[in-house]
Design a protein. Structure first.
Length: 454
């Protein structure tokens, strides 16, 4: 309503003495997955550093099974093959017995179920409409691996009456507010109607105070507050293990252009391999780029491709936090030729690509202040540098978090008259926060003029 150095409080207004702390616009996470983040809160952690080996994994899964009521599924997240190799139903059977179990790889691309779960899902039955992501052995029996089948799996779980706790979105909303986050872009692809209803219900009743930008739906029901929930670019997620043929990708881009309330609608294309990025950039050039087209991750992007993305006006939403969380595994497992171009940031900005950071929670930590540190430090968990030339200042990364959800990488939002009252008050001046960013600095978060964290 007003900004100035000599404002007088109106009757009944609350006055907060900030003691010199910086007042920022609320932070925005440009790529995460809300219901998956909520579900992760009640799931078994299955990856390093807490779970280093198969014995520890088996103990963790069995302990959770013992604590659940009869019929409830065990849900594990964050698995990495450094723990016990590539899981299949038989390896899980040896760890878990008859309790139905599903474990998600930390990439989010793969679920693995044990034989009890496979039987309940009907994976070996000819009567179900089985999508190609169900991996099978030479005898035609399912291995228990389900590739990029989140939506299908959720539908089957509902159909067979699987007992899963409802995601606690109120807890997620409080956690995000404690970080100073007042808005999020949910990048879940092809969101199911049930998930959409859950999110919209949480917005309506206040469990989620944050504004939502949704990438995985084509329309919203009437009656929603349009300043709270909006549609963004259409998310396209080519499977990493079996990418769509070029013509299929091109068709999907063109189809996405005519979905949603704004035509032509931009797209947000998942790209974590060099090959995937080459194909996507080529397809976008042929289809014709529209304002707002963006690349999610751009996990491997050498300078030649950065120049092409800049020429096309594409934006990039990257995840520097993965360097801090997984950098040692990347150095061990990634193609050596890819390492210099892994999760680039500075080189994209230098090429003219509007680039911002995000968490990709729950596949990365949802703490934006940890993401800021990683964007600056570029250090793996063991302290070794990874792509130090891709380091950007905390100020630069923070500006990306403060940019418009629909125009990531444009000028940061400001605390100004007429702007939404989405605010993040810190305990310290801005210079201190830029020197040593930490979630502990967040004193108060305000969404739409209402204090949601203090």
């Amino acid at each position: 309503m007003a900004v100035g150095n000599a404002l007088m409080p109106r009757r009944g207004e609350e006055v907060v003495d900030a003691h010199g702390g910086a007042l920022l616009p609320g932070l925005h996470d440009h790529h995460l997955h809300l219901t998956a983040l909520a579900a992760a809160e009640t799931s078994v952690a299955c990856g390093p550093p807490g779970v280093p080996d198969a014995a520890t994994l088996g103990t963790a899964l069995r302990n959770r099974a013992a604590a659940l009521p009869p019929g409830a599924w065990v849900r594990g997240v964050g698995y990495h093959e450094s723990v016990a190799g590539l899981l299949d139903r038989h390896r899980l059977d040896a760890m878990t017995g008859e309790r139905p179990v599903r474990v998600q790889h930390r990439s989010g691309a793969l679920w693995t179920v044990n034989s009890a779960a496979a039987a309940m899902l009907g994976l070996d039955s000819d009567s179900i409409d089985a999508p190609p992501g169900i991996e099978r052995d030479r005898a035609g029996r399912s291995t228990g691996r389900l590739w990029r089948l989140d939506g299908w799996l959720r539908g089957r779980l509902d159909a067979v009456g699987a007992v899963d706790p409802e995601p606690d979105l109120a807890r997620v909303g409080r956690r995000l507010a404690a970080y100073g986050i007042t808005g999020v872009t949910d990048a879940t692809p092809d969101m199911t109607p049930g998930t959409l209803r859950l999110l919209l219900s949480a917005v309506r009743d206040g469990r989620l105070a944050q504004r939502l930008l949704l990438l995985g739906v084509d329309s919203l029901p009437p009656g929603l507050p349009t300043d709270r929930v909006r549609l963004g670019p259409r998310k396209l997620l080519p499977p990493d293990h079996a990418p769509w043929p070029y013509d299929d990708l091109l068709t999907r881009i063109r189809t996405a252009r005519v979905t949603g309330p704004v035509v032509p609608r931009p797209v947000a294309v998942h790209c974590v391999t060099l090959e995937g990025l080459v194909v996507t950039v080529t397809a976008l050039r042929e289809a014709g780029v529209v304002p707002g087209d963006r690349i999610e991750h751009a996990a491997v992007a050498p300078p030649a491709l950065a120049a092409q993305m800049a020429a096309l006006g594409l934006r990039v939403v990257t995840q520097p936090g993965f360097v801090a969380e997984r950098g040692d595994a990347y150095r061990r497992d990634a193609d050596p030729g890819d390492l210099p171009y892994l999760y680039p940031y500075a080189s994209l900005l230098d090429a003219g690509v509007r680039t911002v950071s995000s968490s990709d929670a729950p596949f990365g930590s949802p703490d934006p202040w940890a993401v800021l540190r990683s964007a600056r430090d570029r250090q793996a968990p063991d302290g070794a540098p990874l792509g130090p030339n891709e380091s950007v200042s905390v100020s630069t990364a923070l500006a990306g978090m403060l940019s418009s959800p629909l125009r990531p990488g444009d000028a940061p939002r400001s605390v100004a008259r007429g702007e939404p009252a989405d605010l993040c008050l810190l305990h310290a001046p801005r210079a201190v926060a830029l020197e040593e960013p930490s979630a502990d600095l967040v004193r108060m978060t305000v969404c739409e003029g209402r204090i949601v964290h203090a």
